[in-house]
Design a protein around this ligand. Sequence first.
Ligand SMILES: NC(=O)c1ccc[n+]([C@@H]2O[C@H](COP(=O)([O-])OP(=O)(O)OC[C@H]3O[C@@H](n4cnc5c(N)ncnc54)[C@H](O)[C@@H]3O)[C@@H](O)[C@H]2O)c1
Ligand SMILES: [Zn+2]
Length: 360
Amino acid sequence: VSTSTRIVVPGPQPYEVVIGEGLLGGSELPQMLGDDAHRVLVVHPGALRSTGARIRDDLERAGYQAVTAQVPDGEQAKTATVAASLWGVLGRAGFTRTDAVLGIGGGATTDLAGFVAASWLRGVRVVQVPTTLAAMVDAAVGGKTGINTIEGKNLVGAFHPPAGVVCDLRTLRTLPREDFVAGLAEVVKCGLVADPQILALVEADPSGVTAWQAPSTRELVERSVRVKADVVGRDLHESGPREVLNYGHTLGHAVEQVEQYSWRHGAAVSVGLVFAAELARLAGRLPAPVAQRHRQVLAALGLPTTYRQDRWDELLAAMRRDKKSRGTLLRFVVLDDVGRPARLEGPDPELLRAAYSELA
Ligand SMILES: NC(=O)c1ccc[n+]([C@@H]2O[C@H](COP(=O)([O-])OP(=O)(O)OC[C@H]3O[C@@H](n4cnc5c(N)ncnc54)[C@H](O)[C@@H]3O)[C@@H](O)[C@H]2O)c1
Ligand SMILES: [Zn+2]
């Protein structure tokens, strides 16, 4: 049995992200839930039904009163209707301020579980068990929670850091390979903005790392979580350093919208990363070989690095609507080099268009 890795996310209430294999049946979850909690709501999607039931049984054996609540898979769970149904479960089961919520699933499930925990009695403890690569390295760490409305994604939410996060790599065994690869786009993003060793690991065996059993998966998760923990620890509310995690996301989010969310998030981010690299290169900031390295590493993983050339007006309009843009100025995270992120505000429209043409 290999030992697990513990990464502390600093902040007003520091918490641990534990990474390893076979962590769900042991003492990790009870330790994070704490002795004060009597009741635990285990929120899971259909895809994690049996794991959710197993966790409930383990928690019952550990002395908790545990109930499961199955929610729709993926984004369908992030609605006010689903959140209200969970508040109903909590109310009927008499959950008090010291009781807890446990979210197990992808980022959609952990966002929902976190939001329900943030809002129940103005905030109860939540423990997150991410089961997609994207959720392990991104969504479940950092304390952002939320749901969608008809008008847009993540419009309702709260900052509510978890009491702990357990990344059990074995939960990835049932994840479709395309979803795992999409998660690798976020891993590459972490490498580009902060940790060149991540890029080296991926470049050493790009097709190998597309399988969760790859020997480097654990190190890739650990390094990416460290990047996120470091940034989040310095900036919970996303005004300063945390913005670097948005690298590739300004155009990426626009692609998701133009494609009406039929693309995986990671695939759209992959295109967005190439765009941001070309933007920085054309602005005379990023050396051409580093821009080329973006394309090579993403393409080697099977992620898209080009985009149709007849959508610029829609992409631009979508970028202007992005809630992270301030006023009418478009803001981009760009790189001066690997590991040297910077901000580019209000770039020349011609430059933006030229970067888009590089996606041909
Ligand atoms: N809070 C944050 O900081 C943050 C950051 C990034 C993304 N997000 C959010 O995360 C969500 C995307 O998360 P995601 O990419 O993890 O996708 P997801 O949660 O939508 O999961 C994708 C699909 O895989 C299923 N699934 C999850 N784990 C599985 C497993 N181990 N085996 C088989 N199937 C499994 C899910 O039920 C779902 O159907 C979005 O809603 C996004 O807004 C939040
Ligand atoms: Zn992302």
